[in-house]
Design a protein around this ligand. Structure first.
Ligand SMILES: NC(=O)c1ccc[n+]([C@@H]2O[C@H](COP(=O)([O-])OP(=O)(O)OC[C@H]3O[C@@H](n4cnc5c(N)ncnc54)[C@H](OP(=O)(O)O)[C@@H]3O)[C@@H](O)[C@H]2O)c1
Length: 249
């Protein structure tokens, strides 16, 4: 039975979608929870929905000063940090020839530099608690599928390399680092795409998954909270596909 009593969990992008589901599960398992996101109203509402003791810190993970302030606020409020979930992310649908440097940089700055900055600033607390990092990568780090999201896919592959670097360098300090790699889960990230498909196109996508269903934010949240928990004490440096079997097909 996984429990998080006495532990503090910070989830970037914890104000919506997969991050919000992970925050709700962490709370249900006994953790004290902090969430971060850029939209203040969205964040306040999410925190209020999660419970009175949940900390929301408005922050853009691509900005060094914001991340420094975020981690500082968590340390000040809770006095420790046991789990960092680098979940904040954005996607852009532009094939390489249509992408521009600014768009590429935006995706990299949020998805990859953001994860790096959060790790950098949180590591002193994580080393002190012998804590864990979970990076939310993507199944698109391994297979490009449509080929229309190159910056996103590259950023997510970079997160796996970052995960391995963290696992190797900070394992001796007792810090574990793992990644989860979800496939298609309908959230704000891709709802426009999902809404643009006909019922036949949706059914065709679902039929490609051996388990014959799409994942939910809760499916991914369970994988995140497993990897960060004491049930996974000898698991570090892995990239766990959470994809309904799609990558095996
Ligand atoms: N949904 C999928 O199919 C899928 C599949 C594989 C991987 N993933 C990954 O799962 C993670 C969560 O995605 P989701 O589907 O739950 O998306 P979502 O519903 O759009 O949620 C994204 C979250 O990230 C936050 N965020 C975005 N940019 C940020 C920034 N610069 N600084 C701080 N927070 C930021 C958003 O809040 P603000 O906008 O207020 O900042 C929001 O809380 C992402 O890393 C995504 O790449 C998703």
């Amino acid at each position: 039975m996984i429990r998080y009593d006495g532990k503090v969990v910070l989830i970037t992008g914890g104000t919506a979608g997969i991050g919000l589901a992970a925050a709700a599960l962490a709370r249900a398992l006994g953790a004290q929870v902090a969430i971060a996101g850029r939209r203040v109203e969205q964040g306040r509402e999410a925190a209020a929905g999660l419970g009175p003791d949940v900390l929301f810190v408005p922050a853009d993970v691509s900005h060094d000063a914001d991340v420094r302030r975020l981690v500082g606020a968590v340390g000040e409020r809770f006095g420790r940090l046991d789990v960092l979930v680098n979940n904040a992310g954005v996607i852009r649908r532009r094939p390489v020839a249509d992408e521009d440097a600014a768009g590429w940089d935006d995706v990299m700055a949020i998805n990859l530099r953001g994860a790096f900055l959060c790790c950098k600033h949180a590591l002193p607390l994580l080393i002190a608690s012998r804590g864990a990092i979970v990076n939310v990568s993507s199944a698109l780090a391994f297979r490009s599928r449509l080929g229309t999201t190159p910056a996103y896919n590259a950023s997510k592959a970079g997160m796996i390399a970052l995960t391995q670097a963290l696992a190797v360098r900070y394992g001796p300090d007792g810090v574990r680092a793992n990644a989860v790699c979800p496939s298609f889960v309908v959230t704000d990230l891709n709802r426009d795409l999902w809404d643009s498909w006909s019922p036949e196109q949706r059914a065709e996508l679902v039929a490609r998954f051996p388990l014959r269903c799409l994942g939910t934010p809760e499916d991914v949240a369970r994988a995140i909270l497993f990897l960060a928990s004491d049930a996974a004490t000898w698991i570090s440096g892995v990239a766990l596909l959470v994809d309904g079997g799609l990558s095996a097909a």
